[in-house]
Design a binder for this molecule. Structure first.
Ligand code: SF4
Length: 562
């Protein structure tokens, strides 16, 4: 549980395993770029995620016939479908990927098993909900849906009945309803099919909402499980707000309550929850300090819109130029800023949905790229040609699927290409522009920049994954998992430290190398901190991670006085 400013965020908030699994499957299919993807109904009821899927041309259809391209892939969403509809879908001739949640499948099996033995089925849930329609399809025509004990009272008596729950049902409603049916049936099987993640979410909500003055429930207005969570909270807390994003909140709503509890439905991505929590905490932290609040918001914008990262690249360029024995020059520093700003902005606009995205962002990135090329041109024709090649490769990276190149989708390539791009602009280009090739200092600077940026990129990928940022397998962490990522970053840190210690021992630029070794401590601290306290990517995390380049810049600058 994360407590700060009297604001507690539920541990269980965010995607449930079923929804996460379905989204991961769809994004992996999309990343392979093979075929158009169609989901049978919206994948989840969350506007931010459905907007993201629409931007990736992932279309929702109700039936296979509605798919414009019959060579596409049909994805059965986490809610599942009826056995009859499944048979139709399989006969459609389209490739079918089943992303039904295993816990929903379990409910299907329980219903089918008893239906085969002649049991009637009573489903406690929302009639018309996609999952309930799927459950009803397993009852062999002997099923009925009730929303609670009142409707159960109106049912006839049964010889043999199996009572099951929609997986996101409130437990108390399910048991009260089952009790009513039991009273009027000869044989009554009570099958509690409420899934474990829902039980956890409900028990945490019951425990925490009781002690809160305000509960904020984050999630789609059309999401049944979020609406049910909000209803549960209304029974427990004096005030409840059901919102989709922080934009629906006003400072007045969050300033007065002493204790605020934030929770979310199973279809709400963690990055949306984080944005709400961050906004509420900032607002509460800055009551009476309007100026500070404004500064914080400006800072957050600077980080979100990649300005800060671009300045971090300038800091690294300065350090590399010191390693190469060059005096700092404005053109390579300016080029680094424009290069990293343009590539980060364009890539985020198309790939990273937790960031300000869209056409305006992409346009700003392309304008910066144009300016970057103009600066490169000022450094000479050859510099321009190389800069144009790297710029084009970086800007086209989000569209790599069109190339159908396996190499571009290899595990971890995204982090590697990011590091390569920074290595080019921060270390290679300044030396190349100064006619300084084939020198050991240049190789060392490239090695230093690529290694640092690779570790930064892998660590950001790790924090992004904690936030459900929908990153693909090209990210090292997504491809190799927690253990191997930690091991790889630790090995790279040891390698970097060993190289710096060796340089110090052979007294190669001892003042500068000694200072960089000192700066290495900051990097080690950040890495240990993030991998031992898995955090979600946010303004603070990016500020700290990119902060290493400013620390190194300061230390490199101070080395001139030693
Ligand atoms: S709510 Fe439970 S059953 Fe439904 S998709 Fe999520 S984990 Fe699966």
């Amino acid at each position: 549980m994360d407590k700060d400013q009297g604001v507690i965020v539920a541990k269980s908030a965010g995607f449930c395993p079923g929804v996460k699994g379905a989204i991961d499957k769809v994004l992996e299919l999309e990343a392979s770029g093979k075929k158009p993807i169609y989901t049978l109904g919206p994948l989840i009821h969350n506007r931010q995620v459905t907007d993201m899927l629409a931007a990736k041309q992932i279309t929702s259809v109700d039936r296979p016939e509605q798919a414009a391209d019959k060579n596409g892939v049909l994805v059965i969403r986490a809610h599942g479908i009826t056995p009859a509809f499944r048979a139709e879908v399989l006969q459609s001739g389209m490739e079918v990927v089943d992303a039904t949640c295993p816990l929903v499948k379990h409910a299907h099996d329980v219903i089918s098993q008893y239906a085969q033995q002649g049991y009637h089925t009573v489903i406690v849930g929302d009639s018309g909900h996609a999952e309930v329609i799927g459950l009803l399809g397993c009852t062999q025509g002997k099923g009925v849906v009730v929303s609670g004990p009142e409707e159960a009272q109106k049912l006839p008596s049964f010889d043999k009945v199996n009572v099951v729950a929609q997986t996101t049902q409130k437990e108390s409603v399910f048991f009260e309803t089952a009790e009513v049916i039991k009273q009027k049936s000869a044989i009554c099987q009570i099958s509690n099919t409420i899934c474990h993640p829902t039980k956890l979410r409900q028990s945490e909500t019951i425990q925490m909402a009781k002690n809160a003055d305000l509960v904020i429930v984050v999630g789609g207005k059309h999401s049944a499980n979020t609406a049910r969570l909000a209803l549960l909270c209304k029974e427990l807390a004096p005030a409840v707000l059901h919102i989709e994003t922080e934009e629906e909140l006003t400072p007045q709503q969050v300033l007065a309550p002493k204790h605020i509890f934030i929770t979310a439905g199973a279809s709400t991505p963690n990055w949306v929850i984080d944005q709400v929590a961050q906004w509420v905490r900032h607002t509460r932290a800055n009551r009476g300090f309007a100026f500070m609040g404004m500064l914080q918001r400006l800072w957050a914008k600077g980080v979100s819109y990649s300005f800060y990262t671009a300045f971090a690249a300038v800091a690294l360029t300065y350090v590399c130029m010191k390693l190469e024995g060059l005096h700092s020059q404005i053109k390579p520093l300016l080029f680094s800023w424009l290069f990293v700003f343009s590539l980060t902005t364009v890539n985020r606009a198309f790939e990273d949905k937790a960031r300000p995205a869209g056409r305006l962002s992409a346009l700003t990135g392309f304008i910066a790229a144009g300016l970057g090329l103009w600066v490169a041109w000022q450094m000479g024709g050859q510099v321009f040609a190389l800069a144009a090649a790297f710029m084009a490769a970086g800007l086209l990276y989000p569209f790599r699927h069109f190339l159908k190149s396996k190499m571009l989708s290899l595990p971890g390539t995204k982090d590697f290409f990011t590091a390569l791009g920074w290595g080019f602009s921060c270390a290679f280009l300044p030396a190349f522009a100064n006619g300084m090739m084939l020198r050991k200092a240049l190789y060392l600077a490239i090695f230093y920049a690529v290694l640092l940026v690779f570790m930064r990129s892998v660590t950001l990928g790790f924090t992004s994954a904690n936030k459900d940022l929908m990153i693909g397998k090209e990210s090292f962490y997504k491809a190799f998992g927690f253990g191997k990522t930690k091991l790889a970053v630790a090995a790279l840190l040891i390698l970097l430290t060993s190289v710096l210690v060796t340089l110090l021992l052979i007294t190669w630029k001892p003042a500068l190398v000694g200072m960089l070794l000192l700066g290495n401590l900051y990097t080690i601290f950040i890495v240990i901190y993030y991998y031992s306290h898995p955090a979600s990517r946010g303004v603070k995390e990016e500020t700290l991670i990119d902060g290493q380049f400013f620390v190194l810049w300061l230390l490199a600058w101070l080395s001139r006085f030693i």
